[in-house]
Design a binder for this molecule. Structure first.
Ligand code: BJW
Ligand code: ZN
Length: 255
């Protein structure tokens, strides 16, 4: 029997009835999707304010939409990694499991996870800001191909935008409420691959901790959340998560 994870963490996770997980860009890094901040981050070259806001979309629609179109193409080519699959496996172990993500790449769902609580939307969906018409990736492709000056417009004439949450925009209310609920009721809360800099998502680990949860952080680096964590597992989530799940399963009593 090879137990690599911290035994205290395994014991706590084994006993937990409610487990909640918050994921960030780091979990998809090993799938080839760049993170936002840090050395190889998306935003080392372009500032978030320049691109991830409604004002920017409205004023520089072509530039912003080309950037999102490019990222849609990157995401379509990427596949879930062992970290995504491990979380799907982990979901079957406790009585109740909530998977909350800030990611807009849909990779948890592609790894088989259901009822994923998406806080910042989904990049593979688009909609018209005037009439609300939804556009799938394929439909958006068609519009984008024929768009004048790379400004995608709906048949009603309205601009088409990605279904993501930009700075200054409200998060989907129902999803945020579900996330708060999951954090408050969690016995164990895992914060995976997030820098914890963007609120309100970044409040969730602290909220869970205040509610009595055992807080585990999985990240390649220390973050602003590290000081609050009961346990820090430093490294790639695509390696740590599968090992953690394997260890829990190895130590679970046989039914
Ligand atoms: C690995 C790894 C590996 C690498 N394994 N780890 C209170 C105070 C101050 C400001 C605010 C506040 N409340 C709200 C705000 C403003 C703002 C905010 O938080 N600003 C801060 C930056 C200061 N928040 C908002 O504006 C939010 N809206 C809001 O609050 O609205 C209020 C409102 C209410 C009612 C009406 C109207 C308004 C909205 C936030 C939206 C965030 N959107 C983005 C862009 C999405 C679209 C796009 O993709 O283009 O979402 S920002 C960007 O950051 C993206 C991410 O989801 C989010 C979080 O980033 P994440 O996931 O943490 O990534 P990184 O790159 O930061 O970190 C990656 C981590 O992984 C690192 O730690 C690495 O070490 C690690 N890692 N490889 C494990 N292999
Ligand atoms: Zn329209």
């Amino acid at each position: 029997m090879k137990i690599l994870s911290d035994p205290s963490a395994i014991e706590v996770i084994k006993k937990a009835k409610n487990i909640a997980v918050l994921t960030g860009a780091g979990i998809s890094a090993e799938s080839g999707i760049p993170t936002f901040r840090g050395e190889n981050g998306l935003w080392t070259k372009l500032s978030p304010e320049e691109l991830a806001s409604f004002e920017s979309f409205y004023q520089n629609t072509a530039v912003v939409m080309e950037w999102y179109k490019h990222r849609q193409e990157v995401i379509m080519k990427c596949k879930p990694n062992p970290g995504h699959y491990a979380l799907n496996e982990l979901s079957r172990l406790p009585e109740h499991f909530d998977l909350i993500t800030q990611n807009i790449d849909g990779l948890h769902q592609r790894a088989g996870s259901r009822d994923v609580i998406e806080l910042h939307g989904n990049l593979l969906e688009n909609y018209c800001i005037r009439c609300g018409q939804k556009y799938s990736v394929e439909e958006f492709d068609e519009v984008f191909k024929n768009a004048i000056n790379h400004v995608p417009r709906c048949h009603c004439g309205g601009l088409i935008r990605p279904n993501v949450v930009w700075f200054g925009e409200a998060l989907p209310r129902e999803n945020l409420e579900m996330a708060y609920n999951a954090a408050i009721h969690a016995d164990v809360f895992l914060s995976v691959g997030t820098s914890g800099q963007v609120r309100p998502a970044a409040d969730l680990p602290n909220l869970a901790k205040q509610g009595g949860a055992f807080l585990i952080e999985i990240n390649t680096q220390k973050t602003v959340l590290s000081g609050e964590a009961d346990l820090i597992l430093q490294g790639n989530s695509g390696e740590i998560l599968p090992q953690l799940v394997e260890d829990i399963k190895t130590l679970l009593p046989k039914a």
